[in-house]
Design a binder for this molecule. Structure first.
Ligand code: TUI
Length: 314
């Protein structure tokens, strides 16, 4: 399973754990790396010192490469951008914006830079700015999303750039990994499947909600505010979508979601909290260790690529 991405990052398998806000801490990221993929600590809105501590904790768990995801809407983004340099992080992914202003400093520090993009235009811009790879993320993903699906976005990005493309959004098992490879991706980024990893420290009620989710259980709130977010349907999303229908002002909507992700992840409030998860939640059915998840993904993918593809007749 060697690709340009495994060679770029010095990892065994082309499997990346998405840097999920509040969920992707040192424990999750380091255990994904230890299992042969690569984990990303989600900096989200956290202060830079939290990120530094998590990087150091991850180093205690594994000497394999570990990454940090920088959420560019964060007021701490500038400081976090410096912390990843100071702490010699191997790789950075970015979300919810254009990381152009940090690229030069990261490249000079030898960091592998892989911006998450939701469009061909941003992918091309990032290649020109010196990105090592791009993560093409479809709207099947949980959290903050773009408009295109993974099925349509990935091949268009693959055609538009020469750097390797990592597919994200809607991938939950070996069938999804194999399909991403068919679209031209050289690695996958997965979030929802790792939310329920044994090493994931999210509240048990959050994990249970993901495991119980059916195919149609995710909804997108915030389309009216310009920050569309996919999460699992609950009382909060029902109230939010009602208010959006009534053209409620931005501030009032913000009030409903303020701190809501933390409420779900830390306190287990799956009614009024934001239970971010992707559309593939319906396929995620059990808690497993990061090693079990990665081993299963690899064996499923290999079996499909060997068996099913070779048996196709035309
Ligand atoms: O960033 C993500 N997923 C996230 S961030 C997050 S925390 C948050 N919570 C509430 C509101 C906003 C953020 C939870 N999940 N994924 C990567 C991603 N990036 N998806 C879409 C984009 C994106 C969208 C527009 C990237 C760039 C962009 O435009 C860039 C530009 O300025 O041209």
């Amino acid at each position: 399973m060697e690709t340009r991405v495994t060679k770029l990052l010095g990892i065994e398998y082309p499997i990346i754990q998405g840097g999920m806000a509040w969920v992707a801490n040192a424990n999750l990221a380091a255990n994904v790396s230890k299992a042969g993929g690569i984990g990303f600590i989600g900096a989200a809105n956290a202060p830079a010192e939290w990120v530094r501590d998590e990087i150091r904790k991850a180093r205690q768990i594994t000497d394999k490469p570990v990454g940090v995801n920088i959420m560019l809407l964060s007021e701490h983004a500038d400081e976090v951008a410096q912390v990843v340099i100071d702490e010699h992080v191997e790789a950075v992914t970015t979300g919810a914006g254009n990381p152009g202003k940090y690229m030069k400093a990261w490249k000079e520090a030898g960091i592998k830079v892989m911006p998450v993009v939701a469009s061909v235009a941003l992918a091309k811009l990032m290649e020109r700015a010196g990105a090592d790879a791009v993560v093409a993320e479809g709207m099947e993903s949980g959290g903050h999303i773009g408009e295109q699906t993974t099925m349509t976005l990935v091949p268009q990005v693959v055609d538009a750039v020469n750097i390797p493309v990592i597919a994200a959004g809607g991938i939950g098992d070996g069938r999804g990994v194999a399909a991403a490879f068919m679209l031209g991706a050289e690695a996958v980024q997965m979030g929802t499947r790792f939310v329920v990893a044994k090493e994931s420290t999210v509240h048990q009620l959050y994990k249970d909600r993901v495991i119980q989710a059916k195919d149609i259980d995710s909804v997108v709130t915030g389309r009216s505010t310009g920050h569309p977010v996919r999460s699992l349907r609950n009382q909060m999303t029902r109230e939010y979508l009602e208010l959006e229908k009534k053209n409620t002002p931005f501030e009032e909507l913000e009030h409903l979601t303020l701190g809501a992700l933390r409420k779900a992840v830390v306190e287990g409030d799956v009614k009024m909290g934001t239970v971010m998860a992707g559309q593939i939640a319906g396929l995620v059915s059990k808690e497993q260790t990061c090693q079990e998840i990665i081993n299963e993904l690899v064996s499923e993918t290999e079996a499909i690529l060997k068996d099913r593809v070779s048996k196709l007749t035309f």
